[in-house]
Design a protein around this ligand. Structure first.
Ligand code: HAM
Length: 428
């Protein structure tokens, strides 16, 4: 039994899974960069106040789930629970608005939430996401939805639906909240404790309660989409029309509310289909946040973005049986060439040659003193395409024996030409 274990809610990403993680990262980068988004890397911790202001002081994320600590200089900091606040902080700090009308940025990396660990819910997890800052255009809402959809489809996740709603803005939301509170006010005694608290501090979040008996009451509540101001309604109509015109399927979900307070207008989540056997939690989500830049001290600047949970994408891939078989889990062997040695003398030469050639070819060898036969067995198991035998007699003639593992062909190659020949054979 190991003396230490990874902290509760965290997980090690072992090499097989790391290959799948990397596939998610690489696919994300490609999808984002093909749409003109550029990478931004911000610190993993920020002033706590940044998240309180943007995500919302009364949200679960800020109230219950943040890793907050005081550093030796007395600063109150928090591990980032999400990426948007940091990106906007950086956008303002470096005056990125001056560089382009619309800044299109993306990020990848770990986030931290002191959440109750469950399937697909971790305390350190990873997100990939984009933010398009500086435009009100509904086309950018649709581009953002497209990016989330494209990412999941590229990864082979097809059985998931895009849920869509509008959560209004500072003009229309207070009116709707009044209507909602009016409706729910005399039903409070039938609601759970959490919902009664939310009624006071964050009534929209009530609709997101997982409690069956609360949901039964919310079934007939007034809906925000019936209380949008003219501008929000027009924007939402446009978003839906463009989604339809671009063949992006969506499900109108007027009860969709997000766990972060900064959203305005469009909100969306990609949810795995229940019949696909997927877990019900969202693979990714996002929306418009036209008031956030201003709330953090900038000029009024509309923006829209999303992020997806890498662990959830990986789980969805696994549930769909798309993980890929064989060594390295991405279907590729870990190395292409295996060096076989016959004794300790030839090991020296092989070892040195391996160092010289590794910048061109992926090579490994055994170091546990295996017999030649056992070294070949290992080479087979690794799935390499070539083995190179360093034999004493051959080396005296300055040659080594190369074996093509697929065809079984063997041929001698001068040691001085080995790198060139291996590279040629590997990439004909
Ligand atoms: P969010 O909905 O809080 O949005 O998180 C986005 C995704 O992160 C979720 O859909 C889920 O896949 C993943 N996720 C969240 N919490 C956990 C957890 N505890 N364990 C594993 N995965 C998790 C945001 O974070 C916003 N910043 C998205 C955004 C960007 N909106 C505008 N721009």
């Amino acid at each position: 039994m190991a003396k230490f274990r990874s902290p509760r809610g965290t997980h090690d990403i072992l090499p097989d899974e790391a290959a799948v993680f990397r596939r998610v990262y690489e696919t994300s980068r490609r999808v984002f960069e093909h749409s003109g988004y550029r990478e931004i890397i911000t610190p993993m911790f920020e002033e706590k106040e940044l998240f309180a202001r943007s995500v919302g002081a009364e949200t679960d994320i800020v109230k219950k789930e943040m890793y907050v600590f005081e550093d030796r200089g007395g600063r109150i900091l928090a591990l980032r629970p999400e990426g948007t606040a940091s990106v906007i902080r950086s956008y303002l700090q470096h005056g990125l608005h001056a560089a382009a009308d619309i800044q299109k940025l993306y990020y990848l990396g770990p986030m931290f939430r002191y959440d109750r660990p469950a399937a697909g819910r971790y305390r350190q997890f990873h997100q990939v996401g984009t933010e398009a800052i500086g435009s009100m255009s509904p086309y950018l809402d649709v581009e953002t939805i497209f990016l989330l959809r494209e990412l999941s489809i590229d990864l082979g996740i097809t059985r998931a639906s895009m849920h869509l709603n509008s959560v209004g803005c500072r003009e229309c939301r207070p009116g709707y909240i009044g209507v909602l509170k009016g409706y729910l006010g005399d039903r409070l005694d039938q609601l759970c404790g959490d919902c009664r608290t939310r009624f006071e501090v964050n009534p929209l979040r009530m609709l997101d309660c997982k409690n069956e008996s609360c949901q039964a009451i919310y079934r007939d509540t007034p809906l925000i989409i019936d209380h949008l101001c003219e501008e929000c309604e027009g924007h939402f109509d446009e978003v839906r029309a463009i989604l339809t015109a671009t063949d992006i399927p969506f499900v109108l979900n007027p009860r969709l509310v997000r766990g972060l307070d900064y959203y305005t207008k469009t909100a969306f989540e990609l949810v795995p289909d229940a019949e696909a056997g997927g877990s019900q939690s969202s693979l990714g989500g996002g929306g418009r946040y036209d008031e956030l830049v201003e709330m953090l001290g900038g000029a009024p600047t509309p923006a829209v973005g999303f992020s997806a949970g890498v662990e959830r994408l990986v789980t969805a891939l696994e549930e769909l049986g798309e993980k890929g078989e064989g060594a390295g889990a991405d279907g590729k062997p870990d190395v292409d060439v295996f060096f076989v040695v016959t004794d300790e003398e030839t090991r020296r030469t092989a070892f040195r040659s391996m160092f010289e050639l590794r910048n061109r070819v992926r090579i490994d060898m055994d170091h546990s003193g295996k017999s030649v036969k056992a070294q070949f067995r290992l080479a087979n198991r690794l799935g390499v395409s070539l083995t190179v035998v360093f034999g004493g007699d051959e080396l005296k003639r300055g040659v080594v024996n190369v074996k093509d593992m697929e065809s079984g062909d063997e041929f001698e190659v001068p040691l001085s030409e080995l790198g060139t020949r291996l590279a040629e054979i590997r990439t004909p």
